[in-house]
Ligand binder design. Sequence first.
Ligand SMILES: Cc1cc2nc3c(=O)[nH]c(=O)nc-3n(C[C@H](O)[C@H](O)[C@H](O)COP(=O)(O)OP(=O)(O)OC[C@H]3O[C@@H](n4cnc5c(N)ncnc54)[C@H](O)[C@@H]3O)c2cc1C
Length: 467
Amino acid sequence: MDFKKLNKQDFLFFIELLGKEYVYSDNESLDKYSRDYTEDLSFLPEIVLLPNSVDLVSAILAYCNKERIPVTPRGAGTSLSGGALPLYGGVVLSTEKMNRIINIDTSNFQVITEPGVINQTLRDALAEVDLFYPPDPASKGTCFIGGNVAHSSGGPKALKYGTTKDYVLNLQLVLADGSVIWTGANTLKNSTGYNLTHLVVGSEGTLGIVTQIVLKVIPLPKYQVLLVASFNSVKDACATVSPLFMNGLQPSAVELLDQKGVSIAVKAKSIENPFPECACFLMIEFDGNKPEAFQSMCELAYETCLAHNAVEVLMAETAAEQEKFWNIRRSIGEVVKTISIYKEEDTVVPRAALPQVIEKVQELEKEYGFNAVCYGHAGDGNLHINILKEDMDDHRWEKELPKAIRQLFETCKALGGTISGEHGIGYVQKAYMDVMLDKTHFLLFAGIKNTFDPNGILNPGKIFDPA
Ligand SMILES: Cc1cc2nc3c(=O)[nH]c(=O)nc-3n(C[C@H](O)[C@H](O)[C@H](O)COP(=O)(O)OP(=O)(O)OC[C@H]3O[C@@H](n4cnc5c(N)ncnc54)[C@H](O)[C@@H]3O)c2cc1C
């Protein structure tokens, strides 16, 4: 792609528009914004801009579009698919200064927020008025709502409540040429032409920059109970997931962890390990406002786990006990990085097919000689498979491993699944999009991209390469 390199005039324009303190071009900042959480990748931007209003975002995009300067929107930079990496340099547009919760509407169960609000900050503000925004990525203490929208992020609670897309009612969007639109309406129903809101959710910053978000929220479930079932094999744990639902249970989360993941988290964070010694665990959570209903649910879940070879099932009743388990579960994605470079795959299949995915991973581990840490949202059939580089040489890592990943993805497709459940395609999964999509899909994608962003300045090189 042919983009302009920034010159002195461009720097002066941005400084005049935003003020010096909202423009970074020093080496330390450029280095910081050259990375996100993906592997060990780094692409240097030429400048980092931190606008604090929709008008400024609009002015930046209008200028960049005219000058053919690439713009990479950025939230908190926790993407695991390279979404926030500025592949072509240019501008990183950070939304960190757009961090106001604009309105919590308790009568309509809606919240209007700017994109730079941290997911947990929004949850805390809503909890104060007994409201709840369910999507809860394990990165919820850091990631921004805007990033969540751009990836249609999930999290453990997606099992019962759905992902980000199920909560976005309306978006204020700045298009590549600087024009500003609302994509929908602040209503629970909308049947007014194409659904631009859902087109933008999950579009990874390639169609526009989201500057305000209207979210649906629900009453806060006040009580939770957590069961932790231990298994001698990952396959047994996976084979237990579908029967939980077939027995009529509606857990709010069913998460899978293996012993490797638990040990790494405990060691890296120097925290107490509440998990027993066993190969693999299922964390099964129920929530609601009638704790008396939990007993029968827990009994049924307990029996189902034992019937599928669980070694033991623990119950964590208090919030403090539960948090010890959740803290470890949430830490895994982050701490795996401390032991090795890794590639994170975000496979998703219909949940009854989980054992076949694990079987394939084990087969590939043997064939290609790698170790994988598997964990994630088993209830959704969404497993994160972290393939560790450890002492694998660079050639095998770069040239051979992609063949293993392709085989894994082909297996997911054959099982009725797909190659990303919640982390998006970004930069690192782009090479595998042909597993899922054919020429017709790519032509449709290119047509949509061209309509929103004819000069291709918005997050270029993400999701797919234009034909
Ligand atoms: C330890 C860890 C655990 C995680 N757990 C989960 C999990 O459980 N579930 C899950 O779904 N994900 C998870 N993630 C992935 C990640 O946190 C999510 O994808 C998150 O939504 C990214 O948000 P962010 O603010 O960091 O966005 P960034 O990483 O900054 O950006 C992500 C993408 O969004 C685009 N973008 C950001 N803001 C805007 C905007 N305002 N307008 C348009 N485009 C924008 C960027 O260009 C990029 O393509 C995890 C990540 C880590 C590191």
